[in-house]
Write a protein that binds this ligand. Structure first.
Ligand code: MEV
Length: 331
């Protein structure tokens, strides 16, 4: 039996504009995770068990756009292995449609677990049967973070047509990233740790819808949206500089600036704005939506002094769950 976890993620700055080539910053969130388990069995079929959906089905019966079947097929093809004689069990504590990367985390956990499963199998085969086939050699090499990210990216395209790739990247590499589509990823130094309250509006909002709406709006008024994306890109670069130089106070202002631009893009919502207002009234130095918006999660910059009051205010304003996470330092 092999297991692999994958964390959730939040986008600190730059969502949506990142789809159009501007930079964005994201960090993993380890308090929520997807966990995949691969179990070998004698049955030829591959069985998929999606615990959260209370579903169990055979790979061969799954439609081509089933994301769980897709990551299994893609990963086995990448490893040069035939998908048979195992079951995949996946469960997750990451809310679906919450902007915390649930889809990418599920794909990353499964790809990582399968990589380990086939690496172990091929080593056992070589030891037992003294074989040295190409198939075993490629499986034995396992999968790098970059391989896993690339596989998960293929599945992200099923979730929504034009993903930037930031979700699969930050989740597969499990480290803060400064990300520009189709460019090598950059990590960065967090000079002074800072604390975020992540508050769930309780509204599941599929990424596909918000991303599709922004695309339609961009198609109708390219000049306006390109200008908005440029302004987001500038905020992201200032935020990176603030994080790298430990100017945490500045981050709050920049989060507010980014939220104003997201609002102009049309991806905020009354529930998001209510949580933001509650957090800021209780002392948060900045707050914004994180991910695709329209629902999902809001992130609020807090500190030791304001943290309890902000958490209480968020719950009172209707947050379904609040996770407190530290960026930099101990996660
Ligand atoms: C989703 O977590 C972030 C978006 O920017 C979409 C993407 O980057 O693919 C909204």
């Amino acid at each position: 039996m092999t297991n692999a976890p994958a964390p959730g993620k939040i986008i600190l700055f730059g969502e949506h504009a990142v789809v159009y080539g501007r930079p964005a910053i994201a960090v993993p969130v380890f308090q929520v995770h997807a966990d995949a388990t691969i179990q070998a069995h004698d049955d030829d079929r591959v069985m998929i068990e999606a615990v959260n959906l209370a579903r169990r089905y055979a790979l061969e019966d799954a439609p081509t756009d089933d994301p769980l079947a897709a990551i299994i097929r893609l990963t086995c093809a990448r490893l040069g292995s035939v998908p048979k004689n195992f079951s995949v069990r996946i469960q997750s504590t990451i809310p679906v449609g919450g902007g915390l990367g649930s889809g990418a985390a599920v794909s990353v956990a499964i790809a990582r677990a399968l990589g380990k499963h086939f690496a172990i199998e091929s080593i056992e085969d070589i030891e037992k049967k003294k074989i040295n086939s190409m198939l075993s050699m490629s499986s034995m090499a396992g999968l790098s973070n970059a391989d896993i990210s690339a596989l998960a990216y293929e599945v992200e395209k099923l979730h929504h047509g034009t993903p930037s790739g930031i979700d699969n990247t930050v989740i597969a590499f499990e480290q803060p990233v400064y990300f520009i589509k189709d460019k090598p990823i950059e990590s960065f130094r967090v000079a002074r740790p800072f604390t975020l309250a992540i508050a769930d509006t309780g509204i599941a909002a599929p990424t596909k819808i918000a991303v599709g709406d922004v695309r339609r709006a961009w198609e109708q008024d390219r000049a306006r949206y390109e200008a908005l994306f440029d302004r987001v890109g500038k905020v992201v670069d200032k935020a990176r500089a603030a994080i790298e130089s430990g100017q945490v106070e500045r981050l709050g202002y920049l989060m507010n600036d980014n939220q104003a631009l997201l609002r102009e893009m049309g991806v905020s919502s009354p529930e998001i704005e209510r949580l933001i207002l509650a957090a800021k009234t209780a002392g948060a130095r900045g707050a914004k939506l994180s991910g695709a918006g329209r629902g999902g999660n809001v992130i609020c910059l807090t500190d030791e002094v304001t943290q309890d009051a902000v958490e209480r205010a968020l719950v009172k304003a209707g947050a379904k769950r609040v996770i407190v996470t530290q960026v930099g330092g101990r996660q």
